[in-house]
Design a protein around this ligand. Sequence first.
Ligand SMILES: *Cc1c(COP(=O)(O)O)cnc(C)c1O
Length: 402
Amino acid sequence: MKRDTGQNRSITSKWRSSTRAVRGGTWRSEQGETSEAIFMTSGYCYDDAHTPAARFAGQEPGMTYSRTQNPSVQMLEERIALMEGAEACRAQASGMAAMSTALLCQLSVGDHMVVARAAFGPTRWVTDNLLPRFGIECTAVDGRDLDQWKAAIRPNTKVFFFETPANPTMDIVDIAAVCALARENGIRSVVDNAFATSALQRPLDQGADVVAYAATKLMDGQGRVLAGAVCGTAEFINGVLLPYQRNTGCTLSPFNAWIVLKGLETLELRAVKQAENALEVARFLEARVPVLNHPGLPSHPQHELVKRQMRLAGSVFSFEVDGGREAAHKVLDALEMIDISNNIGDTKSLMTHPSSTTHSSLTPETRALMGVNEGMLRISVGLEDPADVMEDLDQALRTIGL
Ligand SMILES: *Cc1c(COP(=O)(O)O)cnc(C)c1O
């Protein structure tokens, strides 16, 4: 295998981010293929008995078993690391595999962590239900309030975890401020960057230690596969995360890795265009609905912070209608083009009612604290002509008199 384009860091580190997204991590086999190959293999064969012994001992590079490494998966990992500006990256089977791996690989009984309460539903299930079973305590705070992060720190606090923008309230966490606070206190900061991706927001540049991804969303971008990734220093990824991952098996399939690898080649184009489309749709809706949460609009309470830490505010936002769940469901049922779907980051525009879907596993009290109200709807704007998205929303809102 010719590995020049992926492995020669003196070349790849010169590349700008769009070039890294298209070419970073590419290995070429002796066939000279232009598109990266899919290595659908679980195991590897060796020319002699010495070779596997040396590889297992870590004395020689090379593949041993696809739970630990696979060429297609490794191409994806190298590309994501380059795009993120991270020393190392490991891909996982899904976004939640990435979030749970990023936490479980470093936390032990007696440890404490702090989570921003407006987080992805399953992430809160992990922090509120799973971790306590293993003696790991978690405090949930309002991620927008630095004083709450400060007040939550204990002598045994090991991790700060947050997502920004947060799903579905579009709360913004000040990455630089919260990560600096973590660092001053010897706490590792982990940021779920799935909504923005490296195309729109770069947490490592702003002081984060670890970035975790649901690559299922904007990175694949066409609603095809589940995938995840965790990026950080080589010391953290290889020393702390890899032993956990290789022994627990949250590994990504080579086929799914390939899908995401090809998705990354158009990530920047899609992320920018979908964010522009979303802003246009949000401007149209703002005059129609009682509450609208879009970080890219001056009406968002943290708009100045958004301008500081994001290139664009992303393709997802939420709004509320009067009349609670019944009215929100009526709007969804009236849609003619936009799909009712709880996924995001697709080229197709998708809408969901968070309180009865993505956030239904949380208690009504937790939902209320997070600001996930019964009349809230979330939209992920795709690559259709925004005029068609607005026309569909217009006729759907009319059915509830808006
Ligand atoms: C979707 C999502 C996840 C989980 O990803 P899966 O691939 O569905 O497991 C985690 N965090 C955020 C912010 C997400 O949007």
